[in-house]
Design a protein around this ligand. Structure first.
Ligand SMILES: Nc1ncnc2c1ncn2[C@@H]1O[C@H](COP(=O)(O)OP(=O)(O)O)[C@@H](O)[C@H]1O
Ligand SMILES: O=c1ccn([C@@H]2O[C@H](COP(=O)(O)OP(=O)(O)O)[C@@H](O)[C@H]2O)c(=O)[nH]1
Length: 653
């Protein structure tokens, strides 16, 4: 049946001719929505006219995580800068510099024998950086047999510094030929002149200077034991090299220290120990792990395994960027939730979303949370949270609003997938509570994933709190929620499914109420005033008397509202939009409805194996510290090595 569904998905996509030239995004490499040419063109036009998605061919979507788009030209979008002591450089003049176009350089300095080469070899292995040793380039050059090569050989033998233009042109050539943009340059600049010339000639300022600090006698012992046949590893030259280091190289370090760019590492320890420390040095080798960007005027930080592409969404909480996970080459959407502890509700909402997404991870109709991390300040001091999701192309709200014709098959496929995802949630004891078209993300094969679990809950919960916090879109709210009944459970999601289903059929919201009274009136006009028995079952006195005061509406004929829909579709809709939550179809009943027979396959509609529970949600009023600890715990589940990498001993405080 999974195969059958895939075929249906493909057939749906194939129902329309794909829009040539509009289907794929140039920078995201082929992501597209294959609902068809008219959707493509229509969406593009709609967004162009509303000044959204100004980056042209991406107009198909990328409303990741159900968010609004960033109405900002790409030139003001995403500018890569490097993290050095938490400072973010200002964007280069003249517009966007994509992450990959800016060279990032780390200088590695230290006396001869301090272990620069040894540490660089390991950093390169872990981070995939390109390592150049100025000394190695010079030694290769001296073998060229040219007069300049001979001069270099003589100078090295004497421990002298080779003229800047020779070393810099070797470095420049090596960088150009590498095709890379992130370099570790070891043993350079040797003096202030080297430094000034390099910055002038290449326009590159180092992001960071790693300084391996080691006592002279230790370095001397190491060099004498190095045994690599170097002409300068003899006591006489070693002493000269130390002097050159002190006289000429230390001023370079002083310069960079003033700029806050030096990470000083105690190198008089076993190599293994030094290596472990390097990445934890404040503002230090963290550079190797973190990149900072300016996105829409604020800082966006991520581990350097992610290559940012562009901003794709903006919401009340912050920004979403498309990125590539360079470990997998997978495109992802990274959402920054800024300053989450300034508002207790936001903090709880974030924790809840993370916990639920991790609990239901892996179901094909629920968005996958791939990663979770703090900014480079680490687990002890973070205020922002970054969530990495699989990237999707658009959402159902965008599709419904577009002129794309939607057949009953389309609607079936969307409703089926929504129910399939919802079955997993409900069997895991999770009620979404905020289902609406913009929270249903779609990709190019019409695959649907439920997102935005900020209001989702374990079914059994503190009712008062829920009522107080309930701020979701009114239009999809079940009557029992509107009437503040205590019985909030899975049926509220089923009501929302009915509303979404109707919106797919009618291409507009069925119950776009302006306020509570209007909302209830709209509902009753369509489904009829509740019966006396239904009213009697409403626990709240106030709600009962309000219902009793309402004018009487007979039950309308749903078919009238959706003349093109099949009788079976109407039957399912009727049974979802049922006033009494006890009589409303459950998710499993809805999946078994004849209208979905072509797609239904109980053996491929998994139930969640474990009920969801959250330690924080079990507490009526978790403190901010408890919520923070919960988020730290989740971050460490996604990144177990984090306690070593960021923030030092990162056990929850
Ligand atoms: N932390 C360390 N403890 C002991 N020996 C080391 C350490 N780091 C490097 N060495 C050894 O010292 C010598 C010099 O190290 P190297 O990395 O070549 O120094 P540099 O590149 O700074 O001149 C090498 O033989 C290396 O194996
Ligand atoms: O930018 C550089 C780097 C190296 N050297 C020369 O190359 C020698 C060896 O440098 P390397 O970094 O290979 O070894 P270290 O002296 O740090 O052990 C130095 O003494 C200098 O003579 C130089 O002139 N300019």
């Amino acid at each position: 049946m999974a195969v059958r569904r895939r075929v249906v998905g493909q057939a749906l996509a194939g129902l329309k001719q794909a829009a040539a030239g509009v289907r794929s995004s140039p920078s995201l490499g082929g992501a597209s929505l294959e609902l068809g040419a008219s959707a493509t063109a229509g969406l593009a036009a709609a967004r162009a006219s509303s000044n959204q998605f100004p980056w042209g061919k991406l107009s198909l979507g990328f409303a990741a995580a159900g968010l609004m788009t960033v109405a900002e030209p790409p030139s003001a979008g995403c500018t890569a800068t490097v993290a050095a002591d938490g400072k973010v450089a200002s964007p280069p003049k003249g517009g966007a510099a994509p992450a990959s176009s800016t060279h990032k350089v780390v200088f590695v300095l230290g006396g001869p024998g301090s272990g620069k080469g040894t540490q660089c070899a390991r950093l390169v292995e872990e981070f995939g950086l390109i390592h150049f040793s100025a000394g190695d380039l010079l030694r290769a050059h001296m073998k060229s047999g040219s007069p300049e090569g001979q001069m270099v050989a003589d100078m090295i033998k004497n421990g002298q510094i080779v003229p800047s233009h020779v070393t810099i042109s070797l470095l420049q050539q090596a960088m150009d030929e590498s095709g890379s943009h992130k370099f570790l340059i070891d043993g350079f600049p040797r003096n202030e002149e080297n430094r000034g010339q390099f910055e002038k000639q290449t326009g590159i300022e180092p992001a960071l200077v790693l300084f391996f600090d080691c006592p002279e006698e230790v370095m001397e012992r190491r060099l004498l034991g190095r045994n690599e046949g170097r002409t300068d590893d003899n006591l006489e030259t070693i002493r000269k090299r130390f002097k050159v280091f002190i006289d000429s190289t230390l001023p370079v370090l002083e310069h960079y220290e003033k700029l806050g760019k030096v990470a000083r590492i105690n190198a008089d320890r076993p190599a293994e120990e030094i290596y472990k420390e390097a990445p934890d040095t404040p503002g230090g080798a963290n550079f190797l792990r973190w990149l900072q960007f300016r996105v829409s005027g604020s800082t966006f930080e991520c581990p350097s395994v992610y290559q940012l592409i562009k901003p794709i969404g903006k919401g009340a909480y912050g920004i979403v960027c498309a990125a590539i996970d360079t470990r997998t080459n997978q495109q992802v959407a990274i959402k920054k939730i800024g300053d989450i502890f300034s508002n207790p509700l936001d903090a709880r909402r974030t924790l809840r979303e993370i916990q639920i997404l991790r609990h239901v991870r892996g179901h094909g109709n629920v968005i996958t949370l791939l990663d979770l991390f703090p900014p480079s300040v680490g687990l002890n001091d973070f205020r922002d949270v970054y969530m990495v999701y699989e990237i999707m192309d658009t959402d159902l709200h965008q599709i419904i609003r577009s002129p794309q014709p939607l057949s009953e098959e389309h609607t079936q496929f969307f409703v089926y997938q929504l129910l399939r995802g919802l079955k997993y949630l409900h069997t895991g004891g999770v009620v979404h509570r905020d289902l609406k078209p913009s929270n249903l993300l779609l990709n190019g094969n019409c695959e649907l994933r439920i997102c935005d679990f900020g209001l989702a809950r374990a079914e059994v919960n503190n009712q008062e709190l829920m009522a107080a916090e309930y701020v979701v879109t009114r239009w999809y709210r079940a009557p029992e929620l509107l009437l503040s009944c205590a019985d909030y459970g899975a049926p509220i999601d089923m009501w929302s499914v009915g509303c979404i289903f109707a919106e797919l059929l009618g291409r507009k919201p069925l119950f776009p109420g302006k306020d509570f009274v209007h909302q209830l009136n709209m509902i009753c006009k369509v489904i009829g005033t509740p019966t006396a028995a239904e009213v009697a079952a409403v626990p709240s006195d106030k709600a009962r008397s309000y219902l009793a005061s309402m004018p009487y509406f007979p039950k309308g004929d749903m078919q009238q509202y959706f003349p093109a829909a099949s009788p079976q579709a109407i039957n399912l809709l009727d049974r979802l939009l049922t006033f009494d939550p006890a009589k409303r179809l459950t998710v499993e009943q809805a999946l078994a409805h004849p209208w979905l027979a072509a797609l239904h396959d109980p053996s491929d509609e998994p139930s969640c194996p474990q009920p969801f529970n959250s330690p924080e949600e079990a507490i009526a009023e978790p403190s901010m510290q408890q919520v923070r600890d919960g988020i730290v715990r989740e971050m460490m589940i996604f990144n177990p090595e984090m306690r070593h990498v960021v923030g030092g001993p990162a056990a929850p405080r």
